[in-house]
Ligand binder design. Sequence first.
Ligand SMILES: Nc1nc2c(c(=O)[nH]1)N[C@@H](CN(C=O)c1ccc(C(=O)N[C@@H](CCC(=O)O)C(=O)O)cc1)CN2
Ligand code: GAR
Length: 209
Amino acid sequence: MSANSTNKKIIVLISGNGSNLQALIDSCKNNQITGADIVQVISSKPNVYGLERAQKAQIPTHVHSLKEYKAAGKTRKDFDHDLADHIQKLKPDLIVLAGWMLILGPDFVSKFEGKLINLHPSLPGDIIGAHAIDRAYEEAKAGKRTETGIMVHYVIAEVDEGKPIASRKVPILENDSLEALEERIHRAEHELLPEATRMVLEGTAPSFK
Ligand SMILES: Nc1nc2c(c(=O)[nH]1)N[C@@H](CN(C=O)c1ccc(C(=O)N[C@@H](CCC(=O)O)C(=O)O)cc1)CN2
Ligand SMILES: NCC(=O)N[C@@H]1O[C@H](COP(=O)([O-])[O-])[C@@H](O)[C@H]1O
C-alpha cells in the first residue's frame, strides 16, 4: 500500500500482537478512514506479530527496544528522547498508541500533545495502567463489577488520565472466562479505535484541552 503524499500521516506504536493495528490498516484500506496513511509502525519489542502485520501491508517498520537501551546502559529518558526525534523526523499528523506498553515521559508527551492518542481497555476514570482487563475480570469474579469498557483518549503525562475521545461499555457475563472477556473487549476495540482515529483526523473529536 503506497502512501499518498497529500494524505495525512499516521504512525502506530505497538508492543505485541497488533490486532488493533490490523483494524487500523483495514480501515484505511476499506475507506472507513480516508485521506490518511499509516506511514510507519514502531514496536517496542522485536519479533512481535504486529510487525508481520505491517510488513504484509507493506508499511515500513521500526523497532525501538527498551531492552536494547538498558543493555547499552542508557536511560528511559534517552529512550524517550531518541523515539521523539525519530518520530518528529517523520512529521506525523497523528500518533496512535495501539498496545504500546511503555509509559512515556513528560518531555516526550509535551512534544506531541493533541496528536498523541491511546487505546486503553477500561472506561474513563476506572482502571489505570497495564493489565486492566485482568483486573476487571478479577473484580467481576469477586462480585465487585458486572461491566468494564474501553476508551481512546488523548495522551498526557498522567497515565490514562487524558481527555477521552470515545469510550464504550463492555459487559462482563457471569460465566465469562478471561478469554471470553478479552475477545469481547478486542472486538469492541477493533471498532472504536478506527472510529476515534477518524474523528481526530477529521476534526470531529472532542478538543484536546
Ligand atoms: N505518559 C503516558 N504514557 C502512556 C500512556 C499515557 O496515558 N500516558 N498510556 C500507555 C498505555 N497504557 C495504558 O493504556 C499503559 C501501558 C503500560 C503501562 C506500564 O505500567 N508500563 C510499564 C511496563 C509494564 C510491563 O512491561 O508489563 C512501564 O512503562 O514501565 C501503563 C499504562 C502508554 N504510555
Ligand atoms: N494500557 C494499554 C493497554 O493495555 N492496551 C491494550 O493492549 C492490547 C493490544 O492488543 P493488540 O496488540 O492485539 O492490538 C489492547 O487490548 C489495548 O487496549
